[in-house]
Each structure stands twice: as C-alpha cells, then as structure tokens.
Design a protein around this ligand. Structure first.
Ligand SMILES: *[C@@H]1O[C@H](CO)[C@@H](O)[C@H](O)[C@H]1NC(C)=O
Ligand SMILES: *[C@@H]1O[C@H](CO)[C@@H](O)[C@H](O)[C@H]1NC(C)=O
Ligand SMILES: *[C@@H]1O[C@H](CO)[C@@H](O)[C@H](O)[C@H]1NC(C)=O
Ligand SMILES: *[C@@H]1O[C@H](CO)[C@@H](O)[C@H](O)[C@H]1NC(C)=O
Ligand SMILES: *[C@@H]1O[C@H](CO)[C@@H](O)[C@H](O)[C@H]1NC(C)=O
Length: 427
C-alpha cells in the first residue's frame, strides 16, 4: 500500500514526524512524571540513573495493573497452559506408555552391579543432595505401572547406569572415565540387544541430575545426538543439553512434611540464602539488596533455620549458582513460598504443561535492580492467586518410591510420552 502513495505526500512527513514526536514526548513525560515517583523509592539507590529513560528495560510491573479484567482473564486458567488437554493426554499415557529397563538393573552378579542397581531407599540417604532426583527417578520407574518386561511392547528403553554411583566408584570417578564407561556400556547394549540399532538410540534415555554427568554421553556420538537425557542441569546455554530432545528434571531435596504457612502469616517480602561466590548474579544481588530491610538475603547460611526463611516469606529466590538449577525452586514450592527465579536460560521443568508465570516470578539477570519493584508491584489479590496456583502444582515436585498421581515421576514420564512418535526399523 505504501508503495502506491503519490510522491507528493512525502512533503507531509516532516510535519507528521513532529506531531508523532510531540505526542510521544508528552505521553512519556506524563508517564515518567506520574507513574514513577511512588515506585522510585523501590529501585536500588545505585540504579536511579537507569530511570532517566535511556535504559531499555521498561518497568515490567506497570502492565500487570493495567485493568482488572485483563488481570482476571490472565489468571483464571490456573497454573496450567491447558489443564483439560493435558489431563486427557496424561490418562492416555498412563494406559499406553511402556518402558523397558535393560536387565543390568537387576543383576547382582554383574561386576558393575553398584552402578546399575537402584538404591534401596533414597529417602534414607541424607547425603544424596543434588543426586536425589537421579536415584528417585530409577526407584520410581521400577515401582511404576509403566514398566514392561517385554521390550517389543516398549516405546522407550532405559539405560540404568547411575552417574552418582560412577562418581563414587574409584574405578571411574573422573568425568572422562565416566563418559568412557557410558560409551562402552551403550556399545554393549547395541550388541546384546536389537533395540538400540532399530532407532540408533532415539527411543533410549538415561538420567543424570548433577552437572558431573553432563559429559556422560559425549563418548558415544549416537548417545549424545539421539538418546534423551533427563537432567536437572537443563540450560539452553549448555552444549550437552539439547532442549528439543532432552528433558528437564526437577531438582528436589527431600524435606520434612509440614503444614503450609498461609499468606497472611508471611511477614517478610523475600528470602535467599546461598553462596555469593558461585555466580556473578548472586554477587550483584547481594551488593544491591544485601542490606534491604524487607528482604532477607544471606551470603551463606541464614541467621535462623534454613526452612524458617521459606515459611515466613512471601517470595523465595532461586538465583543461579554454578548451574542454572538448584533445589531452591522445589524447596520454595514445598514450603508454599512463591519462587522468584533469576537464572537465565533455565529450561524449567514441565514448562510445556505448567505456566510458570502463574505461580512464579521470572527475572532476567540484567534486571536484578528491578527485583523489589517487581515484587511490590504484585497486588495482594494477584499474590493470593499465585499462592493458590503454587499449592496446586506442589504435587508435581514430589518423588515417591512407588510413584503416584501427577508426581515428579509421572510428570517426567509424560515428557517422554510427548516424544514417542519415532520411526524405528523392525527388530
Ligand atoms: C541517562 O543516564 C545515562 C547513564 O547514566 C547517561 O549517560 C545519560 O546522559 C542520561 N540521560 C539523560 C537525558 O539524563
Ligand atoms: C549377570 O551378569 C553376569 C556377569 O556380567 C552375567 O554372566 C550374567 O549372565 C548376568 N545375568 C543375567 C540374568 O543377565
Ligand atoms: C562390555 O562388554 C565387554 C565384553 O563382554 C565387557 O568386558 C565389559 O565389561 C562391558 N562393559 C560395560 C561398561 O558394560
Ligand atoms: C548394531 O550395530 C552395530 C554397528 O553396526 C553392530 O556391530 C551390532 O552387531 C549391531 N547389533 C545387533 C544386535 O545386530
Ligand atoms: C551492609 O551493611 C554493612 C554494615 O553496615 C556494610 O559493611 C556493608 O558494606 C553493607 N553492604 C552493602 C551491600 O551495602
């Protein structure tokens, strides 16, 4: 259309430009003059200079208070993208998904039995830490209704090596020898069974929750390129994680059961405890907000019990350390504290099912200075909705030795289910 305009209209453009400028200038004056003063006090003082209009980040909270109707339509769908569609497909999965586990997982006379056998009860091992989800996945799989002894019926094949146990085995231990072992085991599997070759590994998967497992697949090109990695360190920025193929696993530390503190009993705005030296963004956070009177931000351990912070605060921070993932998100969820996530490029667990924006606040590293403004701009009503949504999704961040309902195991299995449509050669 524009091309057809007669050239003479060009003469009007300077006038038009002036008009547009005048309008936008006056509206931005109104915007900055009116909207900002009350919020200004919530910026960190060191960053006031960013608010002269030259900084590209717009105030993210301004939109959320625009109109009550848009707030309501955004929130009424609950914490899911589409619960009905998901629930129907999930039931399909429960009936039809079948997973075969290579028999090494049961073989006590294998010289590598310690690598393959499941842990008796991961809940009784207080020191598993970041490896807890790795062990729980295997234990839950073996106790689940999805297991099949007939590989011909399976859509997926589980390679049962444990990265944690490889790490603790003096025969392996280093990342290089872990990946060597894993490559050799995969080659063995492809010789002993027909199933690997039928798909070049596309329907095979393995689990690792700790970053030491990151390179595990690197010694075997097909394992790396084709097999599905279930991992807690699911970062778009890692070359050993491929978000279209791999699956983000929730990192959970077992915490004691406790009744939830209701929102009105949460008197503190925000809580974080963690080692600042683990990442630049944690250092930035501490430098900006370390002495804030409404937010409890600790370098290292807090001055009160760790879980007390989750109970008494409205929001709980997860800030990337060495990795994008830590257990703080599932801790926050467990204690009913709305997570605030500062961890760029974190492929959040179950994000194709859960709408994280409905029960968490996600902030980019570069916007750490807006942290308090973002939180204070969340109205009490919106907070209540987020809290209720959070209560609804807690069950997805729990492991059970015999998996049940929509727990972490079945939610993860559902991620496999979504990847099931593969072509494989006949066995
Ligand atoms: C806005 O702040 C930036 C950064 O401090 C500065 O370079 C720029 O001159 C300021 N602009 C105005 C209009 O004050
Ligand atoms: C268990 O492992 C041993 C040693 O590798 C092997 O000889 C045996 O056949 C395996 N048993 C089964 C049931 O696969
Ligand atoms: C692979 O198979 C060879 C030959 O059976 C065996 O010696 C080796 O221990 C196996 N390695 C792994 C990692 O399973
Ligand atoms: C799978 O392919 C590899 C490499 O081509 C081959 O050595 C192996 O024997 C095949 N496995 C089976 C079970 O035929
Ligand atoms: C916080 O307060 C302490 C004690 O007054 C001071 O030493 C420290 O530099 C302050 N930290 C920040 C980040 O302002």
């Amino acid at each position: 259309m524009k091309m057809k305009r007669p050239p003479k209209q060009l003469h009007h453009q300077p006038l038009l430009l002036v008009l547009v400028l005048a309008v936008s200038l006056s509206s931005s004056i109104a915007f900055f003059g009116y909207k900002y003063p009350s919020e200004r006090s919530t910026f960190h003082p060191k960053l006031h200079h960013l608010y002269n209009g030259s900084h590209k980040a717009s105030p993210p909270a301004a939109k959320s208070t625009a109109t009550t109707t848009s707030v309501h339509s955004k929130w009424e769908s609950g914490p899911y993208h589409n619960w009905k569609l998901f629930a129907v497909d999930f039931q399909e999965m429960m009936q039809h998904l079948k997973i075969f586990v290579y028999p090494d997982v049961f073989n006590k006379s294998n010289p590598f039995a310690n690598i393959f056998l499941p842990l008796q009860n991961p809940f009784n091992h207080p020191k598993l830490g970041n490896y807890f989800s790795e062990h729980m996945f295997k234990v839950a799989l073996l106790g689940s209704s999805l297991l099949t002894p007939f590989p011909e019926q399976a859509q997926f094949f589980f390679l049962p090596f444990s990265i944690n146990n490889l790490r603790n085995d003096p025969r392996f231990h280093s990342e290089a020898s872990i990946s060597e072992f894993v490559a050799e085991y995969t080659a063995n599997i492809s010789h002993r069974f027909r199933f690997w070759n039928a798909s070049a590994g596309v329907d095979h998967f393995y689990v690792c929750c700790h970053s030491v497992g990151r390179q595990a697949a690197s010694g075997h090109p097909f394992l790396h390129n084709n097999a599905i990695q279930l991992t807690c360190s699911s970062s778009y920025f890692q070359r050993f994680f491929v978000s279209h193929k791999d699956v983000g696993l929730p990192q959970v530390w077992p915490r004691p059961h406790s009744t939830l503190n209701p929102p009105h009993a949460r008197h503190r705005l925000l809580y974080f405890a963690g080692r600042a030296q683990n990442s630049q963004v944690r250092q930035d956070l501490l430098n900006l907000w370390g002495n804030d009177t409404q937010m409890d931000i600790f370098n290292g351990s807090p001055s009160f019990p760790y879980d007390e912070g989750f109970r008494r605060s409205k929001f709980c921070l997860h800030v990337k350390g060495y990795e994008v993932n830590t257990a703080r998100i599932s801790d926050a969820i467990h204690y009913g504290c709305v997570p605030v996530i500062i961890s760029n490029y974190y492929d959040l667990p179950f994000a194709n099912v859960l709408d994280w924006s409905k029960f968490s606040v996600i902030i980019s590293h570069q916007d750490v200075a807006f942290l308090k403004m973002r939180l204070l701009a969340i109205t009490p009503q919106t907070y209540l909705i987020m809290y209720r949504n959070l209560c609804k999704i807690r069950r997805h961040f729990e492991w059970h030795t015999i998996p049940k309902g929509y727990d972490s195991f079945y939610m993860t299995a559902y991620q496999l289910w979504l990847k099931r449509s593969i072509h494989r050669l006949s066995y």
